[in-house]
Design a protein around this ligand. Sequence first.
Ligand code: KAF
Ligand code: ZN
Length: 529
Amino acid sequence: MSTIYSTAKICDYHRTKVCNLTLEPDLTRILRTSRDYGELAHVWKQWRYKSGRRIRDHYRLFVNIANKAAKLNGFDNMGDMWLYPYESDTFRQDVGELWEQLKPFYQQLHAYVRRKLREKYGEQHISQRGPIPAHLLGNMWSQSWGEIYDLLIPYPGKTSVDVTPNMKTKGYTPRRMFELSEEFFVSLNLTRMPPEFWEHSIIEKPKGRELICHASAWDFCNGKDFRIKQCTDVTMTDLITVHHEMGHIQYYLQYKHQPNVFRAGANPGFHEAVGDVLALSVATPKHLQKIGLLDNVEEDNEADINYLMSIALDKITFLPFGYLMDLWRWGVFSGKTKEENWNCAWWDLRYNLQGIKPPVRRSEYDFDPGAKYHIPANVPYVRYFVSFVIQFQFHKALCMKAGQYDPLDPSKPLHKCDIYQSTEAGNALGDMLQMGSSKPWPDALEALTGTRKMDASIIREYFKPLEVWLTENNERHQEFVGWEGENDFCSSDSPARHEPVGEPSSGAAVSPGLLVVVLMAFLLQQTHQ
Ligand code: KAF
Ligand code: ZN
């Protein structure tokens, strides 16, 4: 399944003979930069045709085997086994409650984005009260929407906080991006990368051979060999991903003295959160200015809202996706979601939680979950939802240690905090990382933050000015908050009714008129032979 996913290629929308486009970097780049409705729909559809659809049969077999293994380990199914590291009987419920607390804010952001996209693409494509078409959000899975920030910027006159163009003009390379990240860790008194890391890591896509490009970080368990594999593109998003991966390596380095069983995150969400916490500081305009990636930085309410919007498009939009990936798999592994309904159950979740819809009809011949890396590679996903919640708890604790945040001082809000060069913050983080999984995760959380529970209120606090702004903006434009209707895009019957079983056409559907012309041409040709 992983091989099908990582070797899938599709044809270009404009040049039909070019059929070697890969997810990284080609399709990611098109989703990020194209604003052509038809091209985006083509790429969205073809990617799912070449990846997910071809994985479906294998996945059926896989679910069976995975559940057998889980049963041998004493669990009811693989979904239950995945929750074991969270050490809680109420974990599913806790995550559901966190999402309920964050949903109202997500819906405000969703309503604003739908209005701006309606202005861009027109009412024929985007309705007043319906879900948003999934291919217009700058990302193949609509999982985070930061790449269409240019269409959504609240105050366009102000400096842009997207530093991708500056990275390119300043000649940034993948190597420089990794060195920049290492320097941030070292500035906190955390550990430098060992020479083996630089020797053996793959940080650029190699030419002339296939590679699983999805980023990953590896512990070779000998205390010195730690590696990252990433097909790094010179963009701001990838700079954040570099920090994310370096966070995994830093965790490995901090707990390398632990016995093997404890060389893991306090729970999987902790492992995912380390690099992201540092990236919250790196992305602040002041920090970007410090490292020469932004020139002039304005300090007023409008610049603040612009900045918070850019971060919310990465963090808030991700939450329902981070939750639904495993909601879907919990249903599949437990058998509550039947195979005849796998794809439509996926789209029910996409509609209900994210408020999006596919650009073209889906059927049970499709397998759209399989078009996202973690499904064929069988990597659990709720860890990222957990990470996105607790990273703001970590951020707040570290900012207090760094003297960069004071709840009573309005000149030091959470979203402006940059922990760079704070050894107090770094030491506190290091102390927690060194524990590995030797203690229950609430102990680790308490060691850093003073609390034993995951808490969504910190995210709400971080984004408070934006939430107020969005609510007012949606009211002023009388934008409907939420979505309704337009959820009849997935059918469990034969796809032949909607689309040929073979390769779907990339443009408009073939009209009956055209079919008649083709048939006549064919008959004419026959009579001439
Ligand atoms: C996270 C952060 C920002 C945006 C989006 C995300 C979610 C998610 C995504 O959908 O892209 N991020 C990733 O998948 C990053 C890759 C990884 O670092 O999480 C990687 C995934 C992976 C790859 C191969 C085998 C297993 C997991 N995880 C690790 O390399 C990893 C995981 C646990 C411990 C140490 C390293
Ligand atoms: Zn990760």
